[in-house]
Design a protein around this ligand. Structure first.
Ligand code: JFZ
Length: 425
């Protein structure tokens, strides 16, 4: 099932039957969007679960869902200007609400006051900006009456639900899940990436995995409908893009000594869904560091935005994305098509490498010099990336070092480009 693919001099483990991941590896940076009824509650997308809200009560968000300012063209423009090359939108999150005009449920955007298929306009807008299209789809469904009450279900402590549990038939839900995925992969043109969420077999009572979803059958149908699609690894089949969530791995992720394809997903403020009172915003500087940190470890970054109930990104989110965009305008060549380097970066720095160019991302400004180990005799020229200004350096053979003298004042960019690594490197 799995084969090793060669890419950028590294070998990756990737299933033979899956689509070609070259574009994903090249693009490195995507936008995640969590948007649904929970955007009205405005206190985390798990609100139904955290507060054990009964579906009948949660229905108020369905009744009042009217994102009148929804303009996916503006979202797509923001993503593009931030340097993001692909997007992943929640077609349905755990709450069970469909953003598209699904024929298999009444719980969908077309039946809310907005009365629109929100996915159709979305797909069109992002394609028009040249971004690849990804669909997040929740395997979990807290609305569907046949989805068994389990350890992650909002009504897990509700006795009446527990009693009704014996009448719930997961095979009915499974057919619905497959049917909805079929709609998504049939009615919206080419879909580049399908991002399932999630399996939790060993988590607690009624935990679910591959058998519950019929992940093998699902996969088979998916590749019949969209042969080139990329899948993440949350179908519990031990394959697909590995998706560390809200943490940065210490190093590149490997399996049996080979690299895997992985993508860190990160929030702007700790919540995926719109979270009005949240004050824990990461600074743009930190987000940029996350991006270079990720690429320096051979991974991708999927950075999330949670639009509000009227369909807009928060000002704070847009501002951060704009700052990232400005950085990307000057530095994206150290990100697109780049990957980890075999050279060891100095303290508080990261290396990304593309062919014979090495990029030093300086996360913390040095006192005066940066000492690069193992590079003496290997560098022809050094420059800042943002303005192509030469950076002077001194080579020491004993101990083998390669030193850059940094300008006294810190500029607001942090990448040194070391062009033309000599071929023996
Ligand atoms: C899941 C969702 O529950 C969450 O709302 C968000 O959509 C995120 C991107 O994905 O979060 C998870 C999924 C799996 C685990 C933890 C959080 N897990 O397996 O530990």
């Amino acid at each position: 099932m799995t084969q090793v693919k060669e890419k950028q001099g590294a070998s990756y483990i990737w299933p033979e039957s899956y689509g070609n991941p070259e574009w994903l590896l090249h693009d490195r940076f995507g936008m995640f969007i969590h948007w649904g009824l929970y955007s009205l509650a405005a206190r985390h997308e798990w609100v139904m679960n955290y507060e054990h809200i009964h579906p009948a009560e949660y229905n108020k968000y369905f009744t009042f869902f009217e994102p009148d300012l929804y303009n996916p063209k503006a979202w797509a423009k923001t993503a593009k200007e931030a340097g993001m090359k692909y997007v992943v939108l929640t077609t349905k999150h755990h709450e069970g609400f469909a953003l598209w005009d699904s024929e298999l449920t009444e719980y969908k955007a077309t039946n809310t006051p907005i009365q629109k298929d929100l996915l159709a306009a979305f797909v069109e807008a992002f394609r028009a900006e040249g971004l690849k299209i990804g669909f997040y789809h929740s395997l979990i469904d807290w609305y569907h009456p046949e989805f068994p009450v389990d350890c992650v279900h909002p009504q897990r402590e509700d006795e009446s639900f527990k009693l009704a549990e014996k009448d719930r038939d997961i095979s009915v839900y499974r057919a619905f899940l497959h049917g909805q995925v079929k709609e998504l992969l049939t009615n919206y043109g080419k879909v580049d990436y399908l991002w399932f969420d999630f399996s939790y077999k060993d988590r607690g009572f009624n935990g679910k995995g591959a058998d519950d979803w019929d992940s093998e059958g699902l996969e088979q149908m998916i590749f019949e409908l969209q042969p080139e699609i990329i899948l993440n690894n949350r179908l519990d089949l031990g394959r697909g893009v590995i998706t560390p969530e809200q943490f940065q791995p210490q190093a590149n992720i490997t399996k049996d000594g080979k690299q895997v394809i992985w993508e860190a997903c990160q929030t702007l403020n700790g919540s995926w869904g719109y979270d009005r009172d949240n004050l824990q915003w990461k600074s743009p500087e930190m987000l940029i560091k996350m991006l270079s940190d990720t690429v320096s470890k051979g991974g991708n970054l999927l950075l999330n935005v949670g639009p509000n109930g009227r369909g807009e990104f928060e000002k704070k989110a847009t501002e951060s994305l704009q700052e990232i965009g400005e950085w990307m305008r000057l530095h994206s060549r150290s990100i697109y098509g780049a990957s980890e380097s075999n050279f060891e970066a100095p303290l508080d720095c990261r290396f990304t490498q593309k062919g014979n160019r090495l990029y030093l991302h300086i996360h913390s400004w040095p006192f005066r010099t940066i000492h690069l180990k193992g590079l003496a005799g290997k560098i022809e020229y050094a420059q800042f990336l943002h303005d192509a200004s030469e950076v002077k350096y001194v080579e020491y053979r004993e101990p083998e070092n390669y030193n850059h003298t940094a300008p006294v004042m810190k500029t607001d960019e942090v990448v040194l480009e070391l062009p033309t690594l000599k071929p023996d490197v």
